[in-house]
Design a protein around this ligand. Structure first.
Ligand code: NAD
Ligand code: 89V
Length: 339
């Protein structure tokens, strides 16, 4: 698979390192409007072609997959450009600015017969995945309750200044991952109720969100996110999980400790992610998941199956984001089928 990447910024460097570790993939072209960022990324690869204009890169072609790692405002035009040029597409989260944009983008790629995956990587973190695998194995029976919690005081604004500037912040940027984990554990949601707060006066959007979801299978989950929580030890960027099933309980506690309790019997194991050679703490958890999701994409193309985090699947996660903002704004429960 020959890969072209657009947007060589803060996070794309992880994706580029990740591609080097993916079997069956080779980065052949890079694009960024910013020449300095393009040069930094190009230095990672021998003989890579570079462009400051995405249209020029598509015009020359010579790649099978475009990996879009720009911020959300450019996702729709770039995904549609990829569709016009008949290549497979990976697009970073948040996938789109609105649900109608997201639907149009999924349709545009579907019409070409190519594969579209959203780079929704938190459900691919190996510790989170270990919990998902336990739930899916049926060891605790049918789950009836879950809590997925991400609370931190880590300074995310220094690396990603745009996070302080948008009208929307934590649900769109971080909550989207946590809502997606809830879907991976309990299936699609039917209704959501949310509250939001802004605690940090230096940012524009909300930095706290608390969401209550009812799922199709009957489970209830609480998804709570905060970037205004001082805690020791700081757990960024860990998602903490608590899942109650008819036969037992699964917990992913701070420090990547996974416990499965059946009756009185508790088994605890350390599911700490490895620190890949190019990674650094505390981001190693996310960095490993980048390589895993990219390998998943290549494996899916090779085997002719849809990625778990396909564009189509991600519409359900994206709808939860829209519904959460609507619920918080109008102080009401939102039924997903109404969106
Ligand atoms: P960034 O601003 O650091 O980088 C974006 C880059 O894209 C910039 O270098 C910019 O010049 C370039 N760019 C923008 N539009 C372009 C266009 N039309 N053509 C060519 N280049 C263009 O942003 P970032 O922090 O790297 O975030 C990028 C995306 O990654 C965002 O959607 C963000 O939400 C996401 N992200 C995901 C994770 C995760 O764990 N999945 C973590 C952090 C960021
Ligand atoms: O994963 C992300 O999307 C990041 C962060 C962890 C900082 O929220 O933006």
């Amino acid at each position: 698979m020959k890969i072209a990447l657009i947007g060589c910024g803060f996070f794309a460097i992880n994706q580029l390192h990740g591609w080097k570790g993916v079997d069956g993939a080779e980065v052949v072209a890079l694009c960024d409007r910013d020449q300095g960022r393009l040069d930094v990324a190009a230095a990672m690869f021998d003989g890579v072609r570079t462009y400051t204009d995405a249209g020029a890169m598509f015009a020359e072609g010579g790649f099978d997959v475009v990996d879009i790692a720009t911020t959300v405002g450019s996702h729709r035009p770039l995904v549609e450009m990829a569709a016009r040029n008949n290549v497979h597409v990976i697009c970073q989260k948040p996938f789109a600015l609105t649900l109608s944009d997201a639907r149009a983008m999924v349709e545009a790629v579907a019409a070409t017969g190519k594969t579209l995956m959203v780079h929704e990587n938190f459900r691919w973190q190996s510790a989170v995945r270990a919990a998902i695998d336990e739930v899916r194995s049926g060891v605790i029976g049918t789950p009836f309750f879950g809590r997925i919690s991400f609370r931190s005081g880590y300074d995310v604004y220094s690396g990603q200044p745009y996070l302080a500037e948008g009208e929307r912040f934590i649900i769109e940027d971080l909550g989207i991952h946590i809502l997606d984990i809830s879907r991976a554990l309990f299936g699609n949601a039917t209704r959501i109720t949310a509250t939001t707060r802004r605690i940090n006066p230096a940012i524009k959007g909300e930095d706290v969100a608390t969401m209550l979801l009812e799922h199709e299978g009957g489970a209830t989950s609480v998804v709570d996110c905060s970037y205004a929580t001082r805690r020791a030890p700081e757990t960024f960027p860990e998602s903490l999980l608590e899942i109650d099933g008819e036969l037992g309980t699964i917990r992913l506690d701070a420090g990547y400790q996974l416990s499965v309790q059946i009756g009185e019997q508790v088994t605890t194991r350390d599911v700490s992610p490895p620190v890949l050679p190019w990674a650094s703490r505390p981001w190693h958890n996310i960095q490993e998941s980048v390589q895993i999701i990219q390998q998943h994409f290549v494996d899916c193309l090779r085997d002719g199956r849809a990625p778990e985090t396909s564009g189509h699947d991600n519409l359900h996660t994206f709808a939860l984001v829209e519904a959460a903002y609507l619920s918080a704004r109008e102080h009401r429960t939102v039924t997903l089928a109404d969106l």
